[in-house]
Ligand binder design. Structure first.
Ligand code: G3P
Length: 217
C-alpha cells in the first residue's frame, strides 16, 4: 500500500518525506491556492520544488476542461519532471485525454470520482490512478468506504491495472478503513498520517520502560 500526502505545503511534504514512508504527493488547484501559489509560472515552479523533494509520483492537475487544452497542459506538466502524474477530471473530454496520454506513456490520475461507473471508465481509459473522494461522499451522508470496496471488487474481477487512490481522507481511521476496503493508495493530510502513531498504551509503556531503566542505573 502506498502513502501519498495531500497538500502543496512544502514544509509538510518535507516532514512526511523525512519519515521515510512517503510514496508520493497529490495536489489540486484549491491546495495550491491555499498556499498562495498563483500564476502559471509560480505553479510550475512549485511543482518542480515538490518533485525535487519527493522522488515518488506527484499529481499535478490540469485547469482546462476541453481535450485540446488538457493535452497541451498535460505535456507542459509532464515536462517538469519524470515523476509528474497528470491529474485529469472525470469528464467526457477528460476520459478522451486520459486515453491519449496513456497511449503516449504519460501517467494520469483521474480525479473527482464519485461512482463505480466513473471508476470503470477511468480504468478502461488506462488511468494510472483513480481517485474516489471518500470524505466528500461521507459529507453528503453516503458511504465513501463502500465505494472503495465496490471499485476494488470490480477491478479485481475485471483485472484492471488502475490503482485505487483513496482521496479526500480527513482522519487516521479513514486511512485504516481504506486499507481494509482495498485501496492501493491513500492520500491524506500530514495530521492524519501522524495520527496513526498515537496510542495511549504506547505512551504509558514507554514511560514505564524509561522509569525502570532509570531505577536500574
Ligand atoms: O485528494 C483530494 C482532496 O484534496 C480533496 O479533499 O478534503 O477537499 O474533500 P477534500
Amino acid at each position: 500500500m502506498k502513502f501519498f500526502i495531500d497538500t502543496a505545503n512544502l514544509d509538510q511534504i518535507k516532514e512526511a518525506h523525512d519519515l521515510g514512508i512517503l510514496d508520493g504527493v497529490t495536489t489540486n488547484p484549491s491546495l495550491m491556492a491555499k498556499e498562495g501559489i498563483t500564476g502559471k509560472g509560480n505553479i510550475m515552479k512549485h511543482y518542480k520544488a515538490i518533485c525535487d523533494v519527493v522522488p515518488g509520483d506527484v499529481s499535478a492537475e490540469v485547469i482546462s476542461t476541453d481535450y485540446k487544452g488538457m493535452m497541451k497542459e498535460a505535456g507542459e506538466l509532464a515536462d517538469i519532471a519524470p515523476n509528474i502524474v497528470v491529474k485529469i477530471p472525470m469528464i467526457k473530454d477528460g476520459i478522451k485525454a486520459i486515453s491519449s496520454l496513456t497511449e503516449n506513456g504519460i501517467a494520469t490520475n483521474c480525479t473527482l470520482v464519485f461512482s463505480a461507473g466513473q471508476a470503470i471508465l477511468a480504468a478502461k481509459a488506462g488511468a494510472t490512478y483513480v481517485s474516489p473522494f471518500i470524505g466528500r461522499i461521507d459529507d453528503i451522508n453516503w458511504d465513501g468506504l463502500q465505494l472503495i470496496n465496490q471499485i476494488a471488487e470490480i477491478y479485481a474481477i475485471q483485472g484492471f491495472d488502475t490503482e485505487i487512490l483513496a482521496a479526500s481522507i480527513r482522519s487516521s481511521l479513514a486511512i485504516v478503513e481504506s486499507a481494509e476496503a482495498g485501496a492501493d493508495v491513500v492520500t491524506c493530510p500530514l495530521s492524519s498520517i501522524l495520527g496513526l502513531l498515537k496510542h495511549p498504551l504506547t505512551d504509558i509503556g514507554l514511560e514505564q520502560f524509561l522509569a525502570d531503566h532509570k531505577k536500574g542505573n
